[in-house]
Design a protein around this ligand. Structure first.
Ligand SMILES: Cc1cc2nc3c(=O)[nH]c(=O)nc-3n(C[C@H](O)[C@H](O)[C@H](O)COP(=O)(O)OP(=O)(O)OC[C@H]3O[C@@H](n4cnc5c(N)ncnc54)[C@H](O)[C@@H]3O)c2cc1C
Length: 193
């Protein structure tokens, strides 16, 4: 495994990976202390191309990847195994709103975009994105879709995936993680808020 990790590092821009133990340790903190994992590599891709490259490589050599959004999930989903054989892939650099199309109630955002940002930008355009969570200042849209988050508006608007028009822009032959990287979300003004 170490051999493949070395090849992966050589193939990636130095700015998007770290094997520094102290830095990685911060990504292994679980808020309630219920889970403890280990990893020797942290990846922070900046765009879909980098994610595709990483996922293709890891798929070929069967290297397990653990995606991390805002790490607000409380069930250990972002925690790698204690064996230390899983690679962390944080979406924190993929936090951009790419475009907003108010006429069609659409936004295109990167998967690491923080929920509050999406809501703020929608509101500026007189639109409304209905997912509402106490963790919204840290959680990301990729994490919301992955966990199918509910939140305090769930009875009125449904779970994240029930919103219906969240469509994932899928680059050709993309694997599961990269398919969640650039997505188009619906942000329609509700009839009554
Ligand atoms: C105070 C508080 C209140 C909360 N309230 C609610 C609530 O009302 N309803 C609710 O449903 N949840 C709630 N949560 C849980 C959590 O905030 C949500 O599940 C949120 O959607 C997680 O988003 P995240 O970006 O933090 O994901 P993370 O915690 O980083 O990840 C969660 C899971 O998604 C995966 N993942 C993350 N990003 C991606 C990606 N880009 N591609 C593929 N997989 C990915 C991770 O591997 C992990 O398995 C709450 C949490 C807190 C701390």
């Amino acid at each position: 495994m170490d051999k493949f990790i070395d090849i992966l590092k050589k193939n990636l821009d130095k700015n998007i990976w770290s094997d520094n133990k102290e830095e990685i340790e911060k990504y292994l903190i679980e808020p309630r202390g219920n889970f403890k994992g280990h990893s020797s590599l942290l990846l922070k891709p900046r765009n879909t191309n980098e994610v595709s490259k990483i996922v293709r490589f890891c798929n070929r050599y069967k290297l397990p990847l653990v995606p991390q959004g805002g790490r607000t999930g409380l069930t250990g989903g972002t925690m790698p195994s204690s064996k230390g054989n899983e690679i962390l892939i944080s979406m924190e650099k993929m936090n951009k709103i790419i475009s907003i199309d108010p006429d069609n109630f659409l936004m295109t955002v990167q998967a690491g975009c923080v929920l509050t940002e999406i809501k703020k930008v929608s509101e500026k355009k007189n639109l409304y994105f209905p997912i509402k969570l106490a963790s919204e200042s840290r959680c990301t849209i990729g994490g919301n879709i992955s966990t199918n988050a509910g939140g305090t508006s769930v009875l009125k608007y449904g779970m994240t995936r029930d919103l219906g028009s969240i469509s994932l822009k899928q680059p050709a032959s993309a694997e599961q993680v990269s398919s969640q990287i650039q997505l188009v979300i619906n942000c329609q003004v509700p009839s009554a808020v």
